[in-house]
Design a protein around this ligand. Structure first.
Ligand SMILES: [Ca+2]
Ligand SMILES: [Ca+2]
Ligand SMILES: [Ca+2]
Length: 440
């Protein structure tokens, strides 16, 4: 399940139209390219001063509250994933864990991981999936986590979608059927400064100067309560130990802007997506961050010399898809932000799925998501973007070509299976993106 395709329980039919095209076009997949190169390398491959930062929309969201925690409460036992929904969901979680075990990020954002206040889903994932060898890969332990509430599924009490009634996923502060659906979590091998962490869950959209709120669409009552962040925006300070007693703080700036679709001519989601991306562009720029306040009421953004890495599914491609023009360029062309431009062989191969991909202007090597090929096609939407103060050693999108054994972890979309249980991929329609950053 991805952000372009809302949950199977949604009555909206728009996404189905796009998906109908997918299986036909996927059958036209070409034979894999030759070459031994793979981005499915194992081991961190990183020198001591280098830290692998990663983002992965892992599609670990479920239809009902508590379902993910129940799925993850026991390990996957190897049951044929075609025999039951439970087995299939545990198999998918095991595949997500294997991607993480093989890429071994030091600091990882997972998007689309349902939030529960007790942290039950996260604890189950750590103990029963990451902590268990998947297909011979080394188990992986993240002693430090950051987990906090998401606006998804929290009732706003206002008719946000102008349906004439109040309630349901479209009237929540962020689209979701229950609180925390499509949430996010940060996993780290390095200590997290929880006292210095900041969340921006309740920041109001109207408080961003020059915002794009479609004021002719929303009621005055709606504008008064609209939150900017569809999930949340977090500044999570990671303490990276260096030579001697030196420690370097890297601010891990995480979010998951709303998909710029599922709306009308007013483009309310496209405009919110644009401004959710803009939030970090302003936050890292001392001249532009004065208006920002966090959930504790503290104002401002990062200082000019702060080290940071922006991570997340931004739901915006620089050239293709439905986002507001130049939405992601706010980050990619920012004077303080570097674009590592990670690539994969699998993305190049998948462009042969045709349809919308044939008209894309973006280089498919940069794509990070295998979306429906009727629309929008495969896109670059997932990013790891370091501050220019830090050098980069290596970067990639985890999307092996089909002749690589690890392509079983990314696979090809199964439309029939998607209709049955919402899991049309071995892991996700998004791919993990990582960058090795030289911190010290
Ligand atoms: Ca409504
Ligand atoms: Ca596709
Ligand atoms: Ca593309």
């Amino acid at each position: 399940m991805n952000s372009h395709q809302q949950p199977s329980a949604t009555p909206a039919l728009r996404w189905i139209v796009g998906l109908i095209m997918a299986p036909v076009l996927l059958l036209a997949m070409i034979s894999p390219a030759s070459g031994a190169a793979t981005n499915g390398r194992s081991g961190s491959g990183a020198a001591p001063s280098t830290v692998r930062f990663a983002t992965f929309n892992a599609s670990l969201n479920r239809t009902f509250e508590g379902e993910l925690a129940a799925n993850l409460s026991v390990p996957y036992d190897g049951t044929d994933p075609t025999t039951s929904v439970e087995a299939r969901r545990r198999w998918q979680a095991a595949n997500v864990a294997e991607v993480i075990q093989r890429t071994r990020p030091g600091v990882l954002l997972i998007n689309e991981f349902d939030y529960d206040a007790a942290g039950a889903a996260l604890a189950g994932f750590q103990e029963n999936y990451l902590g268990v060898s998947q297909n011979g890969a080394e188990p992986i332990d993240y002693p430090y986590v950051f987990n906090a509430p998401s606006n998804t599924g929290i009732p706003s009490g206002v008719d946000l979608n102008n349906s004439g009634t109040v309630g349901g996923p479209d009237d929540a502060f962020g689209f979701g059927f229950y609180p925390g659906q499509f949430g996010m979590v940060v996993l780290s091998m390095y200590p997290i400064d929880h006292g210095g962490a900041r969340t921006f869950q309740s920041f109001l959209w109207k408080d961003m100067p020059g915002n794009l709120i479609p004021t002719d669409y929303y009621s005055a009552e709606a504008i008064d309560v609209l939150r900017l962040s569809s999930k949340s925006h977090w500044d999570v300070p990671i303490e990276i130990p260096g030579p001697g007693r030196r420690t370097t703080t890297v601010h891990f700036l995480t979010s998951h802007p709303t998909p710029p679709v599922f709306d009308g001519p007013e483009d309310r989601n496209g405009k919110r997506n644009h401004d959710e991306i803009r939030f970090w562009a302003d936050y890292v720029h001392p001249g532009r961050s004065h208006y920002i306040y966090d959930d504790d009421g503290n104002h401002g953004g990062l200082s000019g010399d702060a080290r940071f890495v922006i991570a997340g599914d931004q739901n915006a491609d620089p050239l293709d898809g439905d986002s507001v023009a130049a939405a992601i360029d706010q980050l990619l062309r920012h004077p303080k932000i570097a674009d590592p431009k990670p690539t994969s062989l699998g993305g190049v191969e998948a462009a042969a799925q045709g349809g919308a991909n044939d008209d894309h202007r973006g280089d498919p090597a940069l794509d990070t998501a295998d979306f429906a090929d009727g629309a929008p096609g495969n896109l670059r939407v997932d990013y790891v973007l370091p501050s220019k103060r830090m050098q980069m050693a290596d970067t990639a999108v985890f999307w092996p070509p089909l002749d690589d054994d690890l392509s079983r972890l990314t696979g090809v979309f199964d439309f029939g299976q998607f209709l049955q249980d919402g899991i049309g991929y071995p892991t996700s329609d998004h791919r993990m993106v990582w960058a090795d950053i030289i911190v010290h």
